[in-house]
Design a protein around this ligand. Structure first.
Ligand code: MTE
Ligand code: MO
Length: 337
């Protein structure tokens, strides 16, 4: 994420590199990656084939995940006429500051994240609070494949085939009380396995926290993700459990969740806390409301390089206006960015 820095000593290379230089570093990759995009198209014919995409590291799924995969509803939601981003790009160009601030850091460093055993705490305004082992937490849910655009606030985007289940199904299980108005998600805090949390230069007050209004969380598009490209989530993408809200900027989609809390007040969230004039609670993708320091009207669809520029117009609510615009009826989206 890009922030306005107050002290020069806080500067990170990725935040001060002009985009032109940054793009040329990637240009070598661009050509090969563009060629790969074609081969990344799904092989739908093989209905029970766990390897539905080209070039996917098969991973080593825990047994609860393998069991769910067999009953997955494939392509429950798709993106028409847009190529799926190659697995290699989706897993090697990441934001996961717990593992470093460069785009390649999560792929290089997230191997230390220990995802088994994993437990999730449910607390706050719920009828059924508790701490659940992930395999128990997952029992009620059937997996669906959701092929969604992902639009980062930094103006790049991808198309990713997620595996997950609607948050509405989770809310049904935990039974929110009448006081519950928001849902708050917390990432693991474990400096021993997350080098970014040991860094004295980190801007983030760990753990990383995100949240949604309850009606946003109830929207059928909002899912808890546990997999992508027909396999479990790679660590760098937020294993074993993350949020996916495709009409919002990527920073809302918090990774490696250990705690889900129903609350009555709007929760304090990580990027809004760091730079409230640049990153808001809503963070809806909106081509008409620019970031203070760059336009949000366009995006680079990855893979994209100097010799294969792949620039697209950004769509209102990232192309999901029909499904979500009514959530914000009557709201000033310039004020509630
Ligand atoms: N815990 C945590 N979650 C996070 C982040 C992070 O740094 N830490 N980065 C966010 C940002 S800015 C984006 S764009 C997406 C990127 O998800 P991806 O790497 O799976 O594409 O994760 C989001 N979730
Ligand atoms: Mo992002």
């Amino acid at each position: 994420m890009l922030i306005k820095l107050s002290k020069a000593s806080d500067c990170k290379e990725s935040e001060v590199t002009p985009e032109s230089i940054y793009l040329s570093r990637r240009s070598l990759m661009g050509a090969t990656a563009a060629a790969m995009a074609v081969s990344a198209l799904p092989r739908w014919a093989a209905a029970a084939d766990p390897s539905r995409y080209e070039g996917v590291d098969p991973g080593k799924a825990p047994s609860w995940f393998a069991d769910k995969l067999a009953k997955t509803q494939w392509q429950a939601i798709n993106v028409q006429g847009e190529a799926i981003t190659p697995f290699k790009d989706a897993t090697h160009y990441n934001n996961f500051y717990e593992f470093g601030t460069d785009k390649g850091d999560p792929a290089a460093n997230a191997g230390t994240l220990k995802t088994e055993p994993w437990s999730v705490v449910i607390d706050g305004e719920v009828g059924k609070p508790g701490r659940y082992a992930l395999e128990d937490f997952m029992k009620p849910y059937q997996l669906e494949e959701r092929i969604y655009r992902l639009r980062c606030v930094e103006a790049w985007s991808m198309v990713i085939p997620w595996l997950g289940f609607p948050i509405s199904a989770l809310l049904k299980q935990v039974e929110p009380t009448s006081k519950a108005k928001y849902i708050r998600f917390e990432t693991l805090k474990d400096p021993a396995t997350m080098p970014g949390q040991r860094s004295s230069f980190a801007l983030i007050d760990w753990p990383y926290v995100e949240g949604l209004r309850l009606d946003e969380a109830m929207n059928p598009l909002a899912i808890m993700g546990v997999g992508m490209y027909g396999r479990e989530l790679p660590n760098q993408n937020g294993a074993p459990l993350r949020l996916v809200v495709p009409w919002k900027y990527g920073f809302k989609s918090v990774k490696s969740i250990v705690r889900i809390t129903l609350v009555s007040e709007q929760p304090e969230t990580t990027w809004e806390n760091i730079a409230p004039s640049e990153y808001g609670f809503y963070a809806n993708v909106n081509p008409e409301v620019d970031h203070p320091r760059w336009t949000q009207a366009r995006e680079r669809r990855l893979p994209s390089g100097l010799f294969s520029p792949n620039v697209r117009e950004t769509m209102m609510f990232n192309g999901y206006a029909d499904e979500v615009a009514s959530l914000y009826a009557g709201m000033d989206l310039r004020k509630n960015y």
